[in-house]
Ligand binder design. Structure first.
Ligand code: DC
Length: 234
């Protein structure tokens, strides 16, 4: 697959799916190989959660939370360690991933007021083209015109196992059973919320990653890009 690059300036790829399914790994690798920007929309919901904590905005105040989202300065950066995020100029890549923040991000993401503000920011990034955007509603709501939509899924136990390994790599001890419980409750909330629930777009390619290594998932996505004439030889 090496030696291939995206055709034209505007390639837009939407990657959706539940937590722990491998979206970030796959989206980052894809963005790198296609020379596209990588946008992690979950980080935007997490950033609002982090700001709400810092500024004592209550978790049941949709307008207050939406205001934080509207005014926040969030940047997606590439560092030596990989992709990162700055919020109000501060590197928050690690703090965004704390388990409490995941839970709060999932809770506040059900408010239409918050979604409206963040979706607008995401669409603006999408309009710039050459982007791989990952989230829950990218193919359905944020970028319905994307050139390629992929919906990744995997069994919950496998997703919890992957999250567990990620924490271990960072030297942080967490209980795998607790991770499974958290993943299941977050899935339930993300799939059943009234606004923009987690569902595959009708025209998304579905890939079950339970028994696939990241390289195999990438191969499938590159095959889809190729089938659709979205790649050209260098
Ligand atoms: O992808 P993630 O785990 O970082 O996302 C954190 C939460 O944000 C997730 O539980 C639901 C919400 N989210 C969303 O509602 N829509 C998106 N496009 C991305 C994330």
């Amino acid at each position: 697959m090496k030696g291939q690059r995206s055709k034209g300036k505007g390639l837009v790829i939407a990657i959706d799916g539940p937590s722990g399914v491998g979206k970030s790994t796959i989206s980052q690798a894809l963005a790198e190989r296609l020379d596209c920007r990588y946008i992690d929309t979950g980080a935007m919901y997490r950033a609002v959660a982090l700001l709400a904590r810092a500024r004592a905005v209550p978790p049941d105040d949709p307008l207050g939370l939406a205001g934080l989202g509207r005014n926040m300065e969030i940047e997606f950066i590439v560092t030596e360690e990989g992709s990162g995020v700055t919020l109000e100029g501060e590197d928050v890549t690690l703090s965004l991933r704390l388990p409490g923040v995941s839970e709060e991000a999932s809770r506040l993401s059900r408010f239409p007021e918050v979604r409206e503000v963040l979706v607008e920011k995401q669409r603006e990034l999408g309009r710039q083209g050459k982007v791989v955007m990952e989230g829950r509603d990218i193919g359905t709501v944020v970028l319905p015109e994307a050139d390629l939509k992929v919906f990744l899924d995997a069994e919950p136990e496998e997703r919890a196992r992957r999250r567990y390994l990620q924490w271990q790599e960072k030297g942080i001890e967490v209980e795998q059973e607790q991770l499974t419980r958290e993943i299941l409750s977050r899935d339930q909330r993300d799939k059943t919320r009234k606004v923009a629930p987690l569902v595959p777009a009708g025209d998304a390619a579905l890939i079950d990653t339970t028994r696939l290594a990241p390289g195999q998932v990438l191969d499938r996505i590159f095959a889809l890009l190729s089938e659709r004439g979205l790649l050209e030889e260098k």
